[in-house]
Design a protein around this ligand. Structure first.
Ligand SMILES: [Zn+2]
Length: 166
């Protein structure tokens, strides 16, 4: 399993719901591999399609074991929003300031196929929304204006040029 980068069409596809019959040893191996891709690239989270696995799940890094979030859904959003700086493993070096709902209520399943529910806010809510977008083929560059995106890409280009001179 390898990390897919911007330009790869698989990143634009909608991923398929996980069923209980998917939970085989092979599936568990895929999740271990996916988690390793996240660690290898020093990510805080990774969505399955970012490593070519078109399934509705993502991994979130924790201080202990990573959380495996299966078939995530957002049940409700707060009206309050926050602006935060987001990066994405599939867009190395690119950071965008994006406005999203500040608090969400979510539903998902875990690897034991138990239903999980909860509320997230702040950075945790932002991360959940960013990863869930990946499962719908939506990338963080779709969340900002063309102008903002151009400016961020220019800044990245400047940084790369500067680094290559040193
Ligand atoms: Zn991402």
């Amino acid at each position: 399993m390898e990390l897919l980068y911007t330009g790869d069409k698989q990143l634009l596809e909608k991923s398929i719901e996980v069923t209980q019959s998917d939970l085989t040893d092979d599936f568990n191996n895929d999740i271990v591999n996916l988690t390793n891709v996240m660690y290898l690239h020093d990510g805080l989270a990774i969505a399955a399609p970012q490593a070519g696995m078109q399934k509705r799940l993502f991994v979130i890094r924790n201080s202990s074991n990573p959380s495996i979030i299966i078939n995530p859904e957002i049940v409700s959003f707060s009206k309050e929003t926050i602006l935060s700086r987001e990066g994405c493993l599939s867009f190395p070096g690119l950071y965008l300031t994006i406005r999203r709902p500040e608090t969400i209520m979510y539903k998902a399943r875990n690897l034991e196929w138990q239903e999980q529910e909860g509320e997230l806010s702040g950075e945790d809510a932002v991360m959940f929304q960013h990863e869930l977008d990946h499962l719908n083929g939506i990338l963080f560059v779709d969340k900002v204006s063309e102008f903002k995106l151009k400016r961020a890409k220019k800044a990245l280009q400047k940084k790369i040029t500067k680094n290559s001179k040193v």
